[in-house]
Design a protein around this ligand. Structure first.
Ligand SMILES: NC(=O)c1ccc[n+]([C@@H]2O[C@H](COP(=O)([O-])OP(=O)(O)OC[C@H]3O[C@@H](n4cnc5c(N)ncnc54)[C@H](O)[C@@H]3O)[C@@H](O)[C@H]2O)c1
Length: 339
């Protein structure tokens, strides 16, 4: 197969190396808004990779699939162009930077019947998958509480903040997707709060450095989400499920950056960041995409899922700004988005 890659930055370079390891991938065509970056990445991957310039040349390169790992603002135009060219797409989150753009992609992909797989990689993490199976099998009984966290070790550069969409759309969106995916339930109410105790740059960009959300799920389960840019102990992403019969935690292992007290256990080489924590999950989602593009498996994360997660992130943002509980249906109605 001939796979394209749009975006040769941090995650693009990682995805490129993983794609080149797959037996199905005969060639990789790399493009970036910065052509030198694409050339450098392709040159480092050996003979199977070539760079093209401009980025639009991807769409005349005879691709069997396109991986979009460019900066977020470029996602919607790139995915839209791929769908129009009938090329199956894997797109890093977010599909678009706003709800309307996300909805447009959902509609276009649905009308064209072109698969668009969204990069919610936690769906491919072994712990999250085991948690989902346990819920489906009923081994936890009925759930009373779900706790999810995304704790980043250090803040991003200030230049990232204007395009990030804020903590809830940028980070918490993964927690929101995982809670829906693992429990199989929908969120019917969110109440969010935020804090700024770190660098003033977050406040200056209308963002928060730490956030929390209380979710009510449609079966009455309560969800608690915590996220921060200031978890110096390391990168901590966990999902904990507590039920009437049993409890379990995905992401709790010797590398989880948390120290039990009293005790002498120190986390072993704490997770440094997402590339480290989710290496296997990124590989697995790309293997899945190649199968989706070849028409051999169903799409494990269609754009409708990204739309729902985005609605929930918007609901959290609205709750934070207005200091009240928000039913996500309000956000959907305001944006004219039907479920
Ligand atoms: N799923 C995850 O865990 C996860 C983790 C990190 C990043 N991401 C997402 O991946 C995307 C990239 O993040 P990153 O950290 O690699 O960023 P980055 O800044 O390192 O790289 C982005 C690259 O995109 C290029 N680019 C910009 N506009 C382009 C265009 N129109 N066409 C082609 N290339 C273009 C830039 O030149 C840059 O090389 C972001 O959307 C981010 O939200 C997802």
């Amino acid at each position: 197969m001939r796979i394209g890659l749009a975006g040769a930055g941090r995650i693009g370079a990682r995805h490129a190396a993983a794609l080149c390891q797959l037996p199905e991938v005969e060639s990789l065509v790399v493009a970036d808004a910065d052509p030198a970056r694409a050339r450098k990445l392709a040159a480092g991957l050996g003979g199977a990779a070539v760079a093209v310039d401009p980025v639009e040349d991807l769409f005349t390169a005879g691709l069997d699939g396109l991986v979009v790992a460019a900066a977020s603002a470029a996602h919607a135009p790139l995915v839209g162009a791929a769908v129009a060219a009938r090329v199956p797409v894997f797109c890093e989150k977010p599909l678009a930077t706003d709800l309307d753009g996300t909805f447009q992609i959902v509609s276009a992909a649905r009308a064209a019947q072109v698969p668009v797989q969204v990069g919610f990689q936690r769906r491919f993490d072994a712990g999250y998958q085991a948690a989902r199976e346990a819920v489906a099998a009923g081994t936890l009984g009925w759930l009373h509480t779900v706790r999810s966290c995304t704790l980043d070790p250090a803040p991003p550069p200030a230049s990232y903040l204007p395009t990030s969409g804020g903590l809830f759309r940028d980070c918490v969106i993964h927690d929101l997707d995982s809670i829906r995916h693992v429990t199989g339930r929908e969120v019917v109410r969110v109440t969010a709060a935020g804090a700024n105790r770190g660098d003033a740059m977050f406040r200056e960009h209308g963002d928060v450095d730490t956030g929390a959300a209380l979710l009510v799920l449609d079966d009455g389960t309560l969800g608690l989400v915590a996220a921060t840019r200031y978890n110096a102990a390391g990168y901590d992403v966990r999902l904990e499920l507590f039920g009437s019969k049993d409890s379990l935690a995905a992401g709790l292992d010797p590398r989880t950056p948390v120290t039990p007290v009293p005790g002498d256990r120190q986390p072993q080489r704490a997770y440094e960041g997402f590339l480290d924590r989710f290496a296997d999950a990124y590989d697995a989602e790309l293997r899945a995409f190649v199968e989706v593009a070849a028409g051999r498996r169903a799409n494990p994360c269609p754009p409708e899922e990204a739309l729902e997660a985005f609605c929930l992130a918007e609901a959290c943002d609205l709750s934070l700004r207005e200091g009240r509980a928000v039913d996500p249906a309000e956000v959907r109605r305001a944006a004219g988005v039907a479920r």
